[in-house]
Design a protein around this ligand. Structure first.
Ligand SMILES: Cc1cc2nc3c(=O)[nH]c(=O)nc-3n(C[C@H](O)[C@H](O)[C@H](O)COP(=O)(O)OP(=O)(O)OC[C@H]3O[C@@H](n4cnc5c(N)ncnc54)[C@H](O)[C@@H]3O)c2cc1C
Length: 469
């Protein structure tokens, strides 16, 4: 039996349901098709992840086939060329991913090629979870409580053993896809922090369990501390399965290697990942429009000078600038700081959340339609179960609370490295002598605040009144 495995967001061998099934049935041809529309940082990640996957498959005697084109056309062509008996894949839960999966099913069935899709991306199928009224959940806590009461993820699947076969298929060259930046090569910071691919994912996961999981609950909000897993890009590309995280965490709790409050908090964050995909499946319009329709009338101001200063990390608010520069250099930003910078853009700058979402999409290595959309709407106050719009983060207090000694700020905003702690979140309050001893001339080395916190807060609240009435 000849089976095509259409790789999508599942670039791994371990616990890969569709790949495992394919290998158990016959000769497997793994095919990955160039995905349109990813951001620049994601393309960088994809290059390395595919390189790693191709190596792992080659070690097992199976070549990875890369192709470009409309996926239903490409897969049907290959199916015809090799006279395939079946095509399998793991489902993708974004609106375009669902549409493509359905089109693939339809076209293959019309051609008389057997096909089957699997859940390799979520703990629980979004279409199986409803509230007591039979409607989709809109609030996280009852959603996750319900999930916990029914969750029973199946056992993990080993890496498959493949049968060697002699089918020879043309493949694009990965280098010809040009996924990496060249002129200029802005990826040096990404290379230092990340090891894309399945092995990198497993290493990161085991390091987290061994060194940080027990600090997760109390430590996950402090951006200078390595207390979170850094698994997000690995999860986005499917290099590790959420089922493995679920089983391993519960096993660690059972043997008391991780205490239950830390382990369960970590799993509830995996729950947020499930929830954002769940929302996108049941309310696909949120990719484009606010979940709370009242926000369609919100008077966003979209000042391009403010948006540009925000992107470049030059707002004059050190915690915001540190976050934006961490993002630019590493393709990542700590979750607490993501909330602060998103609040700053949508509330202090009164800019539409889509500007932020688009910038994140291009610069994050973990850019993910579901998490990005749900999180931006959550911060902007227009999402499901959102933080209310009138709750406006004060970037000075947030900095003082979560980066008290300025370690994180000094790492990413080195021009402030000699400023005393007292002023690290509000350099404009330092006297001339203090600034001069720290070698900071405001307006020259580091900007004055682009907006005044109190005035910006009042303007945001006034704008909110427009849609509240
Ligand atoms: C404005 C904004 C935009 C965001 N955009 C993205 C995005 O594009 N892609 C993305 O993966 N995450 C996004 N997040 C969520 C979160 O910031 C990251 O998932 C997290 O920082 C990743 O770091 P980690 O892997 O160390 O997380 P950990 O704390 O170790 O959490 C483990 C995993 O749980 C999931 N998770 C954690 N927090 C959240 C959350 N709030 N919502 C959904 N899932 C979560 C992630 O898959 C994460 O890898 C965004 C958050 C905000 C506020």
């Amino acid at each position: 039996m000849k089976i095509i495995h259409w790789l999508r967001e599942d670039l791994r061998l371990f616990d890969n349901p569709a790949l495992h099934y394919a290998a158990s049935q016959g000769d497997v041809v793994p095919v990955f098709i160039y995905p349109e529309g990813l951001g620049s940082a994601s393309y960088w990640w994809l290059h390395h992840s595919l390189r790693h996957l191709a190596d792992s498959l080659r070690e097992k005697g199976v070549p990875l086939i890369l192709r470009t084109g409309e996926p239903t056309v490409v897969i049907r062509e290959i199916a015809k060329d090799i006279d395939a008996d079946a095509v399998v894949w793991n489902r993708v839960y974004s609106p375009s991913g669902i549409t493509l999966g359905e089109a693939m099913k339809c076209e293959l069935s019309r051609d008389g090629v057997a096909n089957q899709s699997f859940n390799g991306q979520l703990l629980i199928e979004p279409t199986k979870i409803f509230n007591k009224q039979g409607k989709p959940f809109k609030v996280f806590t009852p959603f996750w409580r319900h999930c916990l009461s029914v969750l029973n993820p199946s056992e993990l699947l080993p890496k498959p053993d493949f049968k060697k076969h002699s089918m020879h298929l043309e493949s694009d060259s990965l280098d010809d896809w040009g996924l990496r930046p060249t002129k200029p090569d802005w990826a040096s910071g990404l290379k230092r922090l990340w090891q894309p691919g399945e092995r990198g994912a497993q290493d990161r996961w085991h390091r987290f369990i061994e060194t940080s999981a027990n600090k997760y609950l109390g430590g996950r909000d402090f951006p200078s501390k390595p207390n979170t897993s850094l698994l997000s890009p690995h999860l986005v590309f499917g290099e590790i399965s959420p089922r493995q995280l679920w089983h391993d965490t519960n096993e660690c709790i059972a043997i008391q290697a991780v205490d239950s409050s830390n382990g369960n908090k970590f799993l509830s964050e995996i729950g947020w990942r499930e929830f954002s995909r769940y929302l996108l499946v049941h309310f696909p319009s949120i990719e484009e429009r606010p979940f709370n329709e009242r926000f369609n009338a919100f008077p966003w101001q979209d000042n391009s000078v403010l948006i540009e200063a925000w992107k470049r990390g030059k707002t004059g608010y050190p915690i915001v600038d540190a976050g934006m520069r961490e993002l630019w250099h590493t393709g990542y930003m700590h979750n607490r700081v993501r909330m602060i910078v998103a609040s700053f853009l949508t509330k202090h700058c009164l800019s539409h959340w889509k500007h932020g979402m688009d910038w994140f999409w291009d610069t994050l290595v973990d850019a993910d339609i579901a998490n990005n959309t749900a999180s931006w709407q959550w911060v902007a106050g227009c999402g499901a179960d959102a933080s209310p719009y009138f709750r406006i983060f004060n970037p000075i207090l947030q900095g003082d609370k979560f980066d008290k000694d300025g370690t994180y700020i000094k790492q990413w905003v080195p021009e402030l490295k000699d400023l005393p702690k007292k002023y690290i979140n509000k350099p404009w309050e330092a006297d001339e002598l203090t600034l001069s001893v720290a070698n900071v001339k405001l307006g020259k080395h580091y900007p004055f605040p682009i907006v005044d916190h109190t005035q910006a807060r009042n303007a945001a609240l006034a704008a909110y009144q427009v849609i509240k009435q």
